[in-house]
Design a protein around this ligand. Sequence first.
Ligand code: HEC
Length: 100
Amino acid sequence: MKNALFALAIASLALPAVASLELAQKNACTACHAVDKKLVGPAYKDVAAKYKGNAKAEAMLVEKVKKGGVGTWGQVPMPANASLKDEDAKTLVKWILAIK
Ligand code: HEC
């Protein structure tokens, strides 16, 4: 019984992370981004580290993910993700910023 509860607790901790990775895959973010290494775009781990403690980062990044942009990480632009829903953009940015 104790073990079952423990497993349940772990599962509920792990689930949001998995769901967000799936959301990133569904929206093709993972074509250019990985959690822990640079691909076309910066590693999400590095993005989280860059904006750690920055209260304005979430709103700024939600906008940037939707509209695209260039110049923060180099000369390669991120194209606009125009079809991304607001709530999905928020979920993704929250997830990215929480990566350690
Ligand atoms: C075609 C490749 C590509 C795709 C697809 C892509 N990105 Fe990016 N992304 C980039 C590049 C390149 C940068 C660096 C832009 C810069 O230097 O300003 C970036 C930067 C970022 C940043 C950091 C922005 C900053 O100002 O620090 C976040 C957050 C991000 N992407 C999230 C996402 C999410 C979420 C998706 C999916 C909805 C996504 N990206 C899809 C290429 C991509």
